[in-house]
Write a protein that binds this ligand. Structure first.
Ligand code: NDP
Length: 399
C-alpha cells in the first residue's frame, strides 16, 4: 500500500492517473499535482475512486519540497515537461522520494536532448540511497527495455539496433502534434543523428527516408531522427556498432511543418511583437489543438518496436520486438489516445516495480540498466502486450 505523487496533468498525466487508479492494491493514495489544478480536477472526475489534487509550480524546488513533505509519497512520477526534470529530481533528493520520468531534461531556450545534467545527479542519489529512473515511457522506455531484454535473453552480442516508431492514427485535423507540440517540433526540426562505431553521424533534418511495412498499420514512410535513447543505449548495450531511430510522418504533416519552419514559426528564441516578448514555437503550441483533446477523434493504431541484429551461439540473428496499440481502445479505457497511453503505461509499470523493490538501486538509472524480465512479464497485462518475430539475418528491411 503506497502513496504516489504524479506531477503533470497533460495527456500522459491523465493516463498515468487512470492506470494508478486501476491498481489500488499498489497505489492506495494518489495525489495529482500540476500548474493548473483545474486540469487535475478534470482528470479526477473521470475516475471511479477519489484522488487528491493540488497546484504546484514544478519549476520551483521549494514548492515541490513543500508539497512532497505534506503528502509524503513513496514514489513520484514526473509527467510534466522535460524543463522540470532537474527541479523535480532536486526536490526528490532533498526529501528522499524515489523519482521516475519519461523524457530527458531540456533547457527551455535550447534543444539539446542529452542526459548529462540528469546523470550529474548520480553521486548525490547514490550517496543518499535514493533511486531515480530515467526515461520510462515508450521511446525512451519500452524500446530501451526491449533492447535490455534482447541483450539478456536473446543475443550474445547485439551489433545493430533500429528503433521504429510508427503512428498510423488519424485525428482528422490537417495538422496537430500527438504530444507536447514544442517538444515534438523541436525533435523533428533538429538535425538527424545516429551512432556508428563510437561516433555520432549527422544528417540534415528528415534527409534519410525509408519505407517499412508495419504489422497492423501497413506501409509507411520513416525518417531518421535523433532521439534521446540513442545516447544511453549506445553506452549500455555492449558491443554495439550502430544504433538509429526512425519515425513515421505523413506527407501532409511534413508539408505543414516545412511551411511553419519557412515562415519562422518553429523558432524557440523570443521575438518582440507590439512590445511583448514571444517565442514563435510557444505561440504555435498555443494555437494548435491541445494533444489531450485529440483522444476522442483519433482512429487507427501505433506500432513501436526495435529491430536487433547480432550474434547468438556463433550464428547471426535478427529479431523484431514491437507493440501495436489501438487509439480508440485506449480512449475507451482511459479517455486518451495511444501516444499518451504508450508513454503512461510503462511509467506506471516502472513505478510499481520500484515500489515493490523489484527495480532497486542507489543512484540514477536509465531503464535498460534495470532488470527487463519482470517488466516484460507485467507490461502485457498492464495494457501493452509485445510480439517478437525472427527476421532473416541476411535481409535488411531498411535498405
Ligand atoms: P502535455 O503538454 O500534455 O502535459 C504537460 C503537463 O505538465 C501539463 O498539464 C502542464 O500544465 C504541466 N506543466 C507544465 N509546466 C509545469 C510546471 N512548471 N509545473 C507544473 N506543471 C507543469 O505533455 P504530455 O502529457 O504529452 O507529455 C508529458 C511528458 O511526457 C513530457 O515530458 C513529454 O516529453 C513526455 N513524453 C514522453 C514520451 C516517451 O515515449 N518517452 C512520449 C510522449 C511524451 P498546463 O496544463 O498548465 O500546461
Amino acid at each position: 500500500m503506497s502513496k504516489v505523487l504524479i506531477i503533470g496533468a497533460g495527456g500522459v498525466g491523465g493516463v498515468v492517473t487512470h492506470k494508478c487508479a486501476q491498481h489500488p492494491e499498489v497505489f492506495s493514495e494518489i495525489l495529482l499535482a500540476s500548474r493548473n489544478e483545474e486540469k487535475c480536477k478534470a482528470i479526477a472526475a473521470q475516475l471511479d475512486r477519489p484522488i487528491q489534487t493540488a497546484r504546484v509550480d514544478a519549476d520551483s524546488v521549494d514548492e515541490l519540497v513543500a508539497l512532497i513533505e505534506s503528502f509524503q509519497p513513496d514514489v513520484l512520477i514526473h509527467v510534466a515537461l522535460p524543463y522540470q526534470d532537474l527541479t523535480i529530481m532536486e526536490a526528490c533528493l532533498r526529501t528522499g522520494v524515489p523519482y521516475l520520468d519519461t523524457a530527458n531534461y531540456e533547457h527551455p531556450d535550447e534543444a539539446k536532448f542529452e542526459y548529462k545534467e540528469q546523470w550529474a545527479f548520480q553521486d548525490r542519489y547514490a550517496k543518499a540511497g535514493n533511486m531515480a529512473t530515467l526515461g520510462c515511457g515508450f521511446d525512451p522506455g519500452m524500446t530501451n527495455i526491449y533492447c535490455a531484454y534482447a541483450q539478456k535473453n536473446l543475443f550474445d552480442e547485439i551489433q545493430r539496433i533500429d528503433i521504429l516508431d510508427a503512428n498510423g492514427g488519424d485525428h482528422g485535423y490537417p495538422f496537430a502534434t500527438n504530444f507536447n507540440p514544442e517538444i515534438n517540433i523541436r525533435e523533428i526540426t533538429a538535425n538527424g543523428r545516429y551512432w556508428e562505431k563510437g561516433e555520432w553521424k549527422e544528417t540534415a533534418p528528415l534527409a534519410e527516408k525509408r519505407t517499412f511495412d508495419f504489422d497492423g498499420i501497413g506501409e509507411k514512410d520513416l525518417y531518421l531522427l535523433y532521439h534521446e535513447e540513442l545516447e544511453s543505449l549506445s553506452r549500455n548495450i555492449k558491443g554495439l556498432e550502430r544504433i538509429r531511430f526512425w519515425m513515421t510522418f505523413s506527407d501532409k504533416y511534413i508539408t505543414h511543418l516545412k511551411v511553419l519552419e519557412n515562415v519562422g514559426m518553429t523558432r524557440i528564441e523570443p521575438i518582440e511583437v507590439n512590445g511583448c516578448e514571444i517565442s514563435p514555437l510557444q505561440f504555435l503550441k498555443a494555437v494548435l489543438p491541445d494533444p489531450a483533446s485529440l483522444g476522442p477523434r483519433t482512429k487507427g493504431k501505433t506500432n513501436i518496436g526495435v529491430i536487433l541484429d547480432g550474434i547468438k551461439d556463433g550464428q547471426r540473428r535478427k529479431v523484431y520486438i514491437y507493440n501495436i496499440c489501438d487509439h480508440e481502445a485506449c480512449y475507451r479505457e482511459v479517455q486518451s489516445q495511444a501516444i499518451s497511453y504508450t508513454t503512461g503505461v510503462p511509467a506506471v509499470t516502472g513505478a510499481m516495480l520500484m515500489l515493490e523493490g523489484i527495480w532497486k538501486g542507489d543512484g540514477v538509472f536509465n531503464v535498460e540498466q534495470l532488470d527487463p524480465d519482470p517488466f516484460m512479464e507485467r507490461i502485457g497485462e498492464m495494457g501493452l502486450p509485445w510480439q517478437m518475430v525472427e527476421l532473416d539475418p541476411d535481409h535488411d528491411p531498411l535498405a
